[in-house]
Design a protein. Structure first.
Length: 201
């Protein structure tokens, strides 16, 4: 290829890439958002819990309270969570455990088994590609089954949502993306047969 033509092609490609970044950063990228999370519980129904008490503790162990920024590459307004993430996850888990006939109680109730869930991470990020950006939400929930002083079973359950984007996403879209990732992690935990057997009376 002629060197001059090659340079012109490179310049055009750089312009297109720069334009894509501007589009991704424009508009509502600099407007903060508190994401509304509404997990959809799809855990299985069973009688494994036999209506026995199950103390449930959910703790937020994320390294930071923000989940990311609305723009790409860490640029833009910060995103947080609307409400208490521990309560949101606990309510969803309690609903799913009730479908398996566990009687979910507050911590401290005397029971054969206890369930502790640690929210390890909830991250939202956008990376810029050549033609579009890649949006990814990642969630980690660690489930710990305890019996007395023993912890016979532990497992990290993950949820994620991936989306190809060309503009900064609306609050409604972000709510849906994050809710989908959290739902996936919650339902993965509820469908963990080994965990349910450990918790069962």
């Amino acid at each position: 290829m002629d060197p001059i033509i090659h340079r012109e092609v490179i310049n055009v490609l750089r312009f297109i890439s720069a334009a894509a970044i501007v589009i991704l950063f424009s508009g509502c990228a600099f407007t903060p958002q508190a994401v509304v999370i509404q997990p959809k519980v799809e855990g299985p129904a069973s009688n494994i819990g036999k209506n026995q008490d199950l103390p449930l503790t959910v703790v937020d162990e994320r390294p930071r309270q923000t989940i990311g920024t609305r723009g790409a590459r860490g640029v833009g307004a910060e995103m947080t969570i609307d409400g208490n993430i521990s309560n949101i996850v606990r309510n969803a888990l309690a609903e799913g455990l009730a479908q398996q006939k566990f009687k979910v109680t507050a911590p401290g109730v005397n029971a054969a088994s206890e369930l502790r869930v640690e929210i390890r991470n909830l991250d939202y990020g956008v990376t810029v590609g050549f033609w579009a950006g890649s949006l990814r939400v990642d969630v980690g929930l660690k489930a710990i089954c305890s019996r007395g002083n023993a912890r016979p079973y532990e497992m990290l359950h993950r949820g994620e949502h991936n989306e190809s984007v060309q503009v900064v996403q609306s609050p409604e879209a972000n709510n849906a993306y994050v809710s989908a990732a959290v739902s996936q992690a919650v339902n993965s935990l509820l469908k963990d047969e080994q965990l349910m057997k450990c918790l069962a009376p």
